[in-house]
Design a protein around this ligand. Structure first.
Ligand code: ZN
Length: 149
């Protein structure tokens, strides 16, 4: 799979996943790629590439002509970036995830981003309350990352 950064003539930028460059050209010729904002079918590839952005150290290799193959290594970098983001921006409530989610749901506490753990039973209960949990795959830290303080 290849990710292309695409731009519509309305200025909207979005990404598309294709089997390859030929697949992109074919779909574009047939007008199968539509802008998510205006529905326009005249899109073009942007040469600045989509890359999985690694917050710590940039990307390892420069993609050629606006494309990047998704490799296992890219995926690992991506998951590390997600984990890093979540650790930085979500308050860790540990096993109190269900309790804290419910408090926010019922206005007992201020809405904020939280992360933590929930049992399968708790998760079913939360879903009945209309609270969806997002599972993040836990991936090991990059050995080259600085140790947290
Ligand atoms: Zn558009």
């Amino acid at each position: 799979m290849i990710v292309f950064d695409l731009q519509c003539k309305c200025g909207c930028q979005f990404e598309g996943w294709f089997a390859g460059r030929v697949d992109f050209d074919r779909q574009n010729d047939l007008g199968l790629i539509a802008c998510p904002r205006c529905g326009g079918e005249k899109v073009r590839k942007i040469l600045s590439p989509v890359a999985v952005y690694s917050g710590c150290g940039g990307r390892a290799s420069k993609p050629a002509e606006g494309e990047q193959e998704i490799t296992p290594a890219t995926m690992v970098r991506f998951l590390r970036t997600v984990r890093h983001f979540v650790e930085k921006n979500f308050n860790d409530v540990g096993p109190r995830l269900a309790e804290e989610s419910l408090k926010m749901r019922y206005g007992v506490s201020e809405p904020r981003n939280i992360r933590g753990t929930a049992t399968a039973d708790q998760e079913i209960m939360l879903r009945k309350e209309g609270i969806e949990l997002l599972h993040i795959p836990l991936i090991g830290k990059d050995p080259s990352e600085p140790k947290p303080n």
